[in-house]
Design a protein around this ligand. Structure first.
Ligand code: SF4
Length: 356
């Protein structure tokens, strides 16, 4: 179940987008039964209206609802479409002036997956990531996360069937906001994104992985690993100093055992740094016996410090990883030409092509 609403949320006007019908009904039991709440969520999220005027609701009911709820929006500052692969990067401005990004990813020419941000900036400072260089500003509220998807879905020419929490921020450091948003967008009367098509990614916040396991959510978990040893990971991902790799892998093992799910491990491949035979050997020892899917992502360093491995280095690393006996996937990280690829989101506008 999503975490309970904060008292603060109950005194301010509440954004409809961050609520499941059950939570909406619980916030206004004198105005809505569950069927009303489903219709109101459907009106805003499924049908994309920006008001509370559900057909057949009386004016008095709509006015009373308006005193407690609203449908805020995010300003779209820019949409940049990659002519190469059709990825579209959205730059949004929030009410406080902060900016975040989301990416619309085309899949099989039939549907879209949306990569959302969960925080403004990020505190974790992974050395290969543009967001990490911004530092942390604030958590996004659940509605601000859901609204990224609602906005993109509203103008999409194909259905949005999946969401990945791999944009700006560390999702598990905004745990309650992210879980509430995931429930809100997965509800059948809302955006109806299947729970198994929602992936929550983490750089390795171990207590939150344990909590996620204990709470038994049906969303998918992905973990950014990016090195096979403590020393190497510490140089790339400062979070390693707080939760070392052995502890991280134990939490991943516990999750995989408890859920029976294959855990996606993301591995940002950097030439001459983490793609050698010694790295494959360390990974094989570390991951023995865990059901994983190993995603290799070539680094996209807008700062120019790191380069992706060439074809020969990547192929040799991939071959060496076969010892894992698990699926190894070279993940396409698209939208490089519009700074929409993994590691490139920095909420900046460079006057790109405006669409639609
Ligand atoms: Fe934060 Fe993710 Fe970037 Fe690391 S890779 S700095 S966790 S946004």
């Amino acid at each position: 179940m999503p975490p309970p609403l904060s008292e603060n949320a109950l005194v301010r006007r509440i954004a409809i987008q961050g609520l499941t019908p059950e939570r909406l009904q619980a916030a206004a039991p004198d105005l809505l039964d569950l069927s009303h709440a489903r219709r109101l969520v459907g009106h805003v999220l499924h049908h994309g209206h920006d008001d509370l005027a559900v057909r057949d609701f009386s004016r008095a009911r709509v006015a009373s609802l308006g005193a407690r709820f609203h449908v805020p929006s995010l300003a779209v500052v820019e949409r940049r479409r990659s002519p190469r692969d059709g990825f579209v990067k959205y730059l949004f401005r929030l009410a406080d002036g902060a900016q975040i990004e989301a990416v619309r990813i085309p899949l099989f020419d039939t549907k879209y997956v949306v990569c959302v941000s969960s925080q403004v900036g990020c505190a974790l400072g992974c050395v290969f990531c543009a967001t990490g260089r911004m530092g942390f500003v604030r958590d996004l509220e659940p509605w601000e996360i859901v609204e990224q998807v609602r906005t993109i879905r509203r103008e999409a020419d194909r259905p949005v069937r999946g969401v990945v929490f791999m944009g700006m921020g560390e999702p598990l450091l905004n745990y309650e906001g992210v879980i509430a948003a995931a429930y809100a967008m997965s509800d059948p009367s809302s955006l109806a994104i299947a729970k198994k098509a929602i992936t929550i990614s983490t750089a390795g916040v171990v207590p939150a992985i344990r909590r996620f396991t204990d709470e038994g959510h049906d969303f998918r978990l992905a973990v950014s690993l990016t090195a096979g040893t403590h020393e190497k990971r510490r140089a790339l991902m400062p979070i390693e100093r707080k939760w070392p790799i052995e502890e991280l892998i134990e939490s991943v093992r516990a999750y995989a055992t408890a859920t029976g799910n294959r855990v996606t491990l993301e591995y940002v491949a950097i030439a001459g740094v983490n793609c050698g035979a010694d790295d494959a050997t360390a990974l094989a020892a570390l991951l023995r016996g865990i059901s994983i899917r190993f995603n290799l992502i070539e680094v996209n360093d807008a700062g120019g410090e790191f380069s992706p491995p060439d074809a020969a280095e990547l192929a040799a690393f991939r071959d060496a990883l076969q010892v894992l006996g698990q699926p190894i996937v070279r993940r396409y990280s698209g939208g490089k030409d519009v700074q929409a690829a993994c590691g490139m989101l920095a909420a900046t506008s460079d006057g790109g092509q405006l669409l639609g």
